[in-house]
Design a protein around this ligand. Structure first.
Ligand code: NOJ
Length: 877
């Protein structure tokens, strides 16, 4: 078939998506699908140079060596949570992939950082970036190539979602900034970041097989948005999730992987499966998976013990999977490796110097844990903490949200005479902070959730410890009541204290752990461990009760908000190892609170609309429809006209800020430039690198090789006496089967560069205003910019800008925020593109989503009628 004809067919396939059909999609594929799987092409921001090196490297590899890069060696076989095969012939060691999202998991001499949710609460790009760098350097220092974070799936559709704390916020813009800054920071020190879990992994119940139905617009405007920012930041890896989307597993979903991620978002790195989220050899390969993790499992009964490994080699040799697809997998993996290596100045990567499978205080153990083979020093206790404790303390303080401060005077404290510290959440856990693997027991103060995200604490400063230290310095006397259940003791301690601190918490995590009946997701939004009764008991006797909450998301605290005796409420989230110190810094005013709530605090759980699906009438095929569309968290509250206890974006500090003098500058359109539309509207044809030797000797174990069972290998296993069937892999040139077609492919109109069409990120308005500190102490304002996009299908307003602005007492600071074209667009399902519609739009500057200080209409853009990105824009002052 001539290239032009093929091109037209491909274009038809894409345009067909506009009508939610795709003539070329195989039966059973989701309506929006795309084949073939887009091959990596390189591009700006270092991808071209990385691709050049990757192609050169892969050109030297045999088929089994390429396959070895794509497939993990098996669960607990090598030293990391995930390990690719190696290329011993070229001295290329296995790649080490390691959790978690707040710490390097399963080792020692590492730090434990504040959770992603706390990062969102800082509303500080610079702190997000600095945490990314610090975490990245800890992973790198342990010899890890790929860090398994950050998280923006879950986004936070449901308030009780178990892993929401690992992500940032149910607001996609705030999460997108969190992803961009974290990825940039982590990768700058030479560690490949992983944007996970892609996508719609919004709850833990049924996470392995729930089939989520979602519409195209909601996908783009909510769930895909922060992943686009991660891709734009140049993220090296994306982890596909456990769930299904519109009928297909996420790791074999040609809509989410081929269409959205690799074509529209122009993702140039590699897609790895979540652990065990791969369900096929062929479908996963053709739908865009590049790396199977942990490599084994799932394919029970097949001789390989894996969907890939030798099974992938065999599929190439027998012509089911094109050689170019496996080459693309290997090139994508190596391109990410080289790109991120170059970011850190191509320094040699350290050896892996720990083992995830020995206890952190143990040194000697098996290199191959499941085989119990090669006993030697595997954990060298390399200290990677540097001075990160100071940053962790700062972030902890700056992410603390002061929800209530009666008459602006309960806090900060000034040398109180006598304080009471009440509740188990203020105290050290019995047995220390690391008594339970994966933090699976709920004891003592809560500073991280449970599951694969946590790591071991080097130390954990409990609030009681830090408060008592401060009290000693101030000559303050202290009474303590550590039990949540002994309410008499709590009341006794609180009675007569100048300040009664009462601590409470609520935990959640990953679904393989159940704590007190909560299987990952929370069962409700009440405090754990009798916390609500404890707070009420303390408040009943002390008129200066201060509530401190360590929770994984919103809890129902309307009673506390209204209670006369509760003079302050602080949400501290999950602050990591410096928890108590961070809190004391805020309580005593050493650091002005700047945290703003990254989610809405409702009166009732039903106020949130969408909820966790705890049971299913079809438990073997559970299904869920995200029918609420874009209306989650504050968008739903606005839509349903429900008032909250504390709104999204709310947080007090020790001074007051005015926002004044709003200006709105629309930017002028320029004549269409060459960079106007996607830089390439067609890709080159797929390439293969090197040649495939299809002889038997090249593809079976080398003679004399001793397999270590049950390691996953890339070699073919032939039944004894079987004849050799393979002559050469099929060429697949210009085939009419779209899944294996290697000819040039159309680039989607919304695509063209990592993160989507570069024109989406053009500034279209510049918004200016002044922040005035009218109090008598210095402080940090967090002005928030909301846009009303107009029409009944859009929320009242959506967050589209924020800043953390330090302003000295009495001073005024001018702030400017840019709105990009993406910020004012809606996703048009018909056009398959972002479109600025003709509805009147407004901009608001507020202290929270409901406390709006300034507003203005947005003047129409001259380009609105031109529709989508025909022109780049330039802001001409
Ligand atoms: C499953 C979790 O969903 C994922 O976040 C984690 O990285 C892997 N397990 C590996 O532990």
């Amino acid at each position: 078939m001539a290239r032009a004809t093929t091109a037209i067919l491909a274009a038809v396939a894409i345009l067909g998506n506009a009508g939610l059909t795709n003539a070329q999609a195989p039966a059973g594929a989701p309506a929006l699908s795309l084949f073939p799987s887009p091959w990596g092409q390189g591009g700006g921001d270092g991808w071209d140079a990385a691709y050049e090196k990757a192609r050169a490297f892969v050109s030297n590899l045999t088929l089994v060596e390429k396959v070895n890069l794509t497939t993990g060696t098996g669960w607990e076989f090598d030293r990391c949570i995930g390990n690719t095969g190696s290329i011993p012939r070229l001295g290329f060691r296995s790649m080490c992939l390691q959790d978690g999202t707040v710490a390097v998991r399963y080792t020692d001499k590492n730090s434990v950082f504040p959770a992603g949710m706390n990062m969102a609460a800082t509303f500080s790009r610079s702190l997000m970036r600095r945490r990314g760098e610090a975490m990245g350097s800890e992973f790198r220092g342990k010899g890890i190539d790929v860090a398994l974070g950050p998280v923006t799936g879950p986004l936070g559709r449901v308030p009780a979602g178990g892993r929401n704390w690992e992500g940032f916020s149910p607001d996609p813009y705030l999460s997108g900034v969190g992803m961009f800054e974290t990825v940039t920071g982590m990768q700058s020190v030479g560690v490949i970041a992983t944007a996970k879990h892609y996508i719609l992994n919004e709850q833990e119940h049924f996470r392995n097989n729930v089939d989520v139905t979602i519409d195209d617009r909601t996908m783009h405007e909510l769930y895909l948005w922060p992943f686009a920012d991660a891709v734009r930041a140049g993220v090296g890896a994306v982890m596909c999730s456990y769930n299904k989307i519109n009928g297909n597993y996420s790791c074999e979903n040609s809509w989410t992987l081929n269409y959205l991620l690799k074509n529209e978002l122009n993702f140039q790195g590699f897609v790895m499966s979540d652990w065990g989220a791969q369900h096929s050899t062929l479908e996963s390969a053709l739908a865009g998976l590049d790396m199977a993790m942990p490599g084994d499992g799932g394919a029970r009964g097949n001789v390989y013990g894996a969907f890939w490994g030798g099974a992938l080699t065999e599929a190439v040799l027998n012509g089911t999977i094109p050689a170019w697809r496996v080459d693309d997998m290997a090139v994508r993996i190596m391109a990410a490796y080289y790109k991120i290596g170059a970011l850190s100045g191509n320094k040699p990567r350290p050896d892996v110097n720990f083992s995830a499978w020995v206890k952190p205080n143990v040194t000697v153990g098996p290199v191959y844990f499941r085989a119990n083979a090669s006993i030697e020093p595997v954990n060298l206790h390399v200290d990677v903490q540097a001075d990160h404790g100071a940053l962790i303390r700062e972030i902890g303080a700056k992410s603390t949200v002061l929800l209530k401060n009666k008459n602006n005077k309960a806090l900060p404290l000034h040398k109180p005479g006598h304080i009471a510290i009440i509740g188990e959440d203020a105290q050290d856990a019995p047995g220390g902070p690391n008594a339970c693997e994966d933090n699976k027991c709920y004891r003592g103060t809560l500073a991280m959730g449970y599951g694969s995200g946590p790591g071991y604490f080097p130390y954990l400063v409990a609030p009681a410890t830090a408060l008592k230290k401060r009290a000693a310095a101030d000559n303050t006397t202290v009474a303590e009541a550590p039990s949540n259940w002994d309410l008499d003791a709590a009341r006794t301690a609180a009675t007569g204290a100048d300040v009664a601190f009462v601590f409470a918490s609520a935990d959640s995590g990953e679904g393989y752990i159940t704590i007190d009946g909560n299987t990952g997701d929370r069962n409700n939004l009440t405090l754990w461990g009798n916390g609500d009764a404890l707070i009420q008991a303390v408040a009943s006797v002390n008129p200066n009760t201060i509530v401190v909450l360590h929770t994984v998301g919103p809890v129902l605290i309307d009673y506390a908000a209204k209670h006369e005796n509760i003079t302050a409420i602080l949400w501290a989230g999950l602050q990591g190892q410096e928890s108590g110190n961070s809190l004391v810094d805020v309580l005593y005013g050493d650091i002005a609170p700047q945290g703003r709530s990254p989610f809405t605090w409702g009166q009732n759980i039903s106020d949130y609309g969408a909820q966790v699906m705890y049971t299913s009438p079809t438990p073997l095929a559970p299904a869920q429809n995200f029918s609420e569309g874009v209306f989650i968290d504050y968008r739903y509250f606005q839509h349903a006209h429900t008032s909250s206890v504390y709104p999204f974006g709310h947080g007090l500090t020790y001074t007051q800020f005015d926002f004044e003098n709003l200006t709105v500058h629309p930017c002028k359109g320029q004549a269409a430039s060459t960079a106007a539309v996607p830089s390439k509207s067609w890709t080159a044809a797929a390439q293969t690198y090197g040649t495939v030797n299809s002889s038997m000797s090249a593809n079976v174990d080398p003679s004399g090789f001793q397999r270590i069972k049950p390691f996953i290998y890339p070699w073919i296993i032939r039944a004894a006496n079987a004849t050799w069937l393979f002559t050469a892999p099929k060429a697949f040139a210009n085939t009419t089967d779209p899944r294996t077609n290697n000819s040039a492919q159309a680039v989607l109109p919304a695509g063209g560069a990592p993160g989507g069409n570069p024109g989406l990120y053009d500034t279209v308005y510049t918004i200016g205003f002044d922040v005035r500190n009218r109090g008598n102490v210095n402080g940090t304002a967090v002005p928030q910019l909301y846009v009303q996009l107009g029409g009944k299908d859009n929320p009242w307003g959506v967050l589209r800008g924020f800043d953390d602005v330090s302003v000295a007492a009495g001073d005024r600071v001018h702030v400017e925020m840019n709105l990009t074209r993406r910020d004012i667009s809606n996703w048009d399902t018909e056009k398959q593109n972002w479109v600025v519609n003709n509805l009147q739009k407004y901009v608001f500057i507020g202290r929270s989503v409901v406390d709006i200080a300034l507003n203005s209409s947005l003047p129409a853009l001259s380009l609105q009628s031109a529709g989508v990105m025909q022109q780049r824009l330039a802001c001409l002052e």
